[in-house]
Design a protein around this ligand. Structure first.
Ligand code: HEM
Length: 512
């Protein structure tokens, strides 16, 4: 078969790319001892060793073979898997000066995703953004959202008892409402709201753009320079489409807040407060839309995903649900919905919330970091640019309490029940060091009020057919990428009593 000019170009570009990878691998410092790991193959390294789905399980098996630090190369990119709490603490917290950068991706950079705080390089832009966020969601500041969270929860419960088959939709609306109100001061709790779909669509682009290997060009950056007429080369077209979408979703809501402010109709929010207080500071004005989007983007699916895990657990472990309800009814009574003021007196509920974060961690491999300068740890050399993944999934499987890690059992956190309690998931589920989740207090409050109010008023169980027979129930989870939680699934919801329905409706009516 004769090759035409464009075939030649594709083949020669491919050979050039392989040559670059080979050169990079050979250049790697052979005199220093790298951490152990599966033996790499020429050129592709460990590409074939890393499963495309649930890689955290494979990484956990590798711990038995290679230990707490596992080193990999994939198409010339270096990875270090941390398999124990001590290395996560030492590197990501104590040595955070070196370990707080994020990996950079060709596609994400072009689309503008690196302006999002979660993916921004470690430096002044990121630092300024964190400062802006901190004032809004620090442990003290989040108390001002208690009534918002309680009100959203009451409306959510009303929708749930009225239309139980649409539980998934109500839940997504409720979490979106909380985070959009905190960020922009407006609600997106109607399905017709233009932002709801736009945010969701952009979220999909973002999550793909920041996963190593999701786009081939991220592993082989030289592919970016392939001319667009090369057959099947849609790299730049995809990048351009993503860039436009990201830009729209970042700027449109801010324009609306500005408009509302001019008409005197914008409630307090992260955006309106900063617009008022910035005194026209250009740096803040430029960064504000991106930081606002970072809050919404990082805070919405993580919270609703955590609630999906909760609903999955409740349907599978009805006896835990009953114990939770008994505690709420004993402490709060049945004449009102729970409130934040009750939290301290609900030890079993607090243990159950820890168990939600542990049972199926939202980010099983944390959020990747990039090592800024070469380092030496436990006698091993870690090259500059290595991407660090913290295998928090393995931490969540700890068996210290003696209770099976696959069971949903709040008892593992209660020293009244076990000799040694399990590791507190608050110490790993929200990340580590300087890049630890700034929204963890807001998130935890949302989870607390939604969980407690649901358990108090509705029974969550496996779906049944028209004859009352349980249907097979095994909700699939997002199997790869940054976050893992169930896709929307069918579940049965019924009020615990007529009185509970009356309380929910009465409470929701009082705020409408
Ligand atoms: C249950 C819900 C949530 C979970 C499980 C979660 C988890 C995480 C994790 C694991 C990280 C990466 C930390 C690291 O690199 O070590 C992170 C980062 C982040 N989270 Fe959350 N998060 C949640 C909710 C929220 C909320 C409600 C907000 C809103 C304020 C938020 C804002 C952020 C931001 C802005 C970052 C990026 C921080 C940075 O790179 O400096 N998160 N989150």
């Amino acid at each position: 078969m004769a090759l035409n000019a464009s075939d030649w170009l594709v083949y020669s570009s491919f050979i050039l790319v392989l040559g670059v990878i080979w050169h990079r691998l050979r250049r790697q410092n052979r005199s220093q001892l790298l951490p152990p790991g599966p033996p790499p193959k020429p050129l592709i390294g460990n590409y074939l060793d890393v499963p495309k789905i649930m890689s955290w399980k494979k990484f956990s098996q590798w711990r038995k073979l290679y230990g707490d630090l596992v080193y990999l190369t994939v198409l010339g990119n270096k990875f270090l898997i941390l398999n124990d709490m001590e290395s996560m603490r030492e590197l990501l917290e104590k040595r955070s000066q070196k370990y707080s950068d994020r990996p950079s991706f060709v596609m994400a950079k072009y689309m503008g995703i690196e302006n999002n705080l979660s993916f921004a390089p470690y430096g002044p832009y990121w630092r300024q953004g964190r400062k802006l966020i901190h004032g809004t969601v620090n442990q003290e500041a989040v108390k001002k959202y208690h009534s918002l969270q309680e009100n959203v929860t009451a409306r959510f419960l009303r929708d749930l008892v009225e239309y139980p088959s649409e539980a998934m939709k109500h839940l997504h609306m409720a979490t979106a409402h909380i985070i959009a109100s905190v960020t922009y001061g407006f609600s997106i709790d109607t399905p017709s709201n233009v932002y709801f779909d736009e945010f969701a669509e952009t979220e999909r682009i973002v999550l793909k753009g920041v996963v190593p290997g999701a786009y081939l060009v991220d592993m082989i950056p030289q592919l970016w320079y392939l001319p667009s007429w090369v057959p099947f080369n849609s790299i730049r077209r995809t990048a351009e489409r993503g860039r436009q979408r990201v830009s729209d979703i970042v700027h449109h809501p801010i324009e609306q807040v500005e408009q509302d402010m001019k008409q005197g109709a914008s409630p307090a929010s992260f955006v309106s407060d900063h617009l008022r207080e910035s005194g026209g500071d250009e740096v803040i004005k430029q960064q504000l839309p991106w930081v606002a989007w970072s809050i919404y983007e990082a805070g919405n699916d993580t919270t609703s995903g955590t609630m999906l895990v909760f609903m999955h657990a409740m349907a599978c472990f009805p006896e835990v649900q009953t114990r939770m309800r008994e505690e709420i009814h004993r402490v709060v009574g049945t004449d009102r919905l729970p409130s934040f003021a009750d939290r301290e007196r609900l030890p079993y509920i607090n243990a159950a919330i820890k168990e939600i974060y542990r049972w199926k961690p939202n980010t099983p491999l944390g959020a990747p970091r990039k090592l800024q300068d070469a380092d030496v740890y436990r006698g091993y050399y870690i090259p500059k640019g290595t991407i660090i993944m913290s295998n928090v999934w393995l931490l969540s499987r700890d068996q210290d309490s003696g209770i099976d890690p696959e069971a949903f059992s709040p008892e593992r956190f209660l020293d009244t029940h076990v000799k040694k309690t399990a590791i507190d998931p608050f110490s790993y589920a929200f990340g580590f060091g300087r890049r630890m989740c700034p929204g963890r207090f807001l998130a935890d409050n949302s989870v607390f009020i939604l969980v407690t109010s649901m358990v108090a008023t509705v029974r969550i169980s496996k779906p049944k057919d028209s004859n009352g027979v349980e249907k097979p129930f095994n909700p699939p989870y997002i199997p790869a990428g940054l976050a893992s939680f169930p896709y929307p699934f069918e579940v049965d919801i019924e009020p615990v009593s007529d009185k509970a329905v009356a309380i929910v409706k009465g409470r929701a009516m009082s705020i409408d």
